[in-house]
Design a protein around this ligand. Structure first.
Ligand code: IDP
Ligand code: MG
Length: 149
């Protein structure tokens, strides 16, 4: 079982793409374990993107992710890290394949709409910095036997 932390970045919220992107995740069969709207503080942004500190785009990235409300989602299940990353597409939307979220809705790397954890370890780390344990749910879905073999 893996967990992926997904952020619908401020541009996705402003452009009215929340339901479209959530719909893609939901229709795929992914199981939501957490979902909320929030404003990312400077402190949280720096913690979340700590691996990028010192890079030329860091200041712009912090400004971008804190520039307006976001929607944060946790999905849990088998292979969700790779599944979601594949749906999201390449970091630069110019290179993202059509059919991916960035490839269908984005044009520039600095406005690439969505974050998704890149490993099971970052999925756990990012989930714990965005969600308190009492904000997460576990649920049985009878439909799971029609989604997972
Ligand atoms: P990822 O979001 O596909 O995992 P990362 O390399 O982890 O990509 O970069 C984190 C975020 O930083 C990207 O989603 C993007 O918003 C921003 N970013 C990365 N590289 C650049 C760049 O060269 N210019 C501007 N923003 C960038
Ligand atoms: Mg990343």
């Amino acid at each position: 079982m893996e967990r992926s932390l997904i952020i619908l970045k401020p541009d996705a919220v402003q452009r009215g793409l929340v339901s479209t992107i959530l719909g893609r995740l939901e229709q795929r069969g992914l199981r939501f374990a957490g979902l909320k709207m929030m404003h990312v503080t400077q402190e949280l942004a720096r913690k979340h993107y700590a691996e990028h500190e010192g890079k030329p785009f860091f200041a712009g990235l912090i400004e971008y992710i804190t520039s307006g409300p976001v929607v944060v989602i946790v999905v849990s299940g088998k292979n969700v890290i790779e599944t979601v990353r594949t749906m999201v597409g390449a970091t630069n939307p110019v290179k993202a394949a059509p059919g991916t979220i960035r490839g269908d809705f984005g044009l520039e790397i600095g406005r690439n709409l969505i974050h998704a954890s890149d490993s099971p370890e970052s999925g756990e780390r990012e989930t714990s910095i965005f969600f308190a344990s009492n904000e997460l749910v576990t649920m049985e879905r009878s439909v799971d036997r029609w989604i997972y073999e």
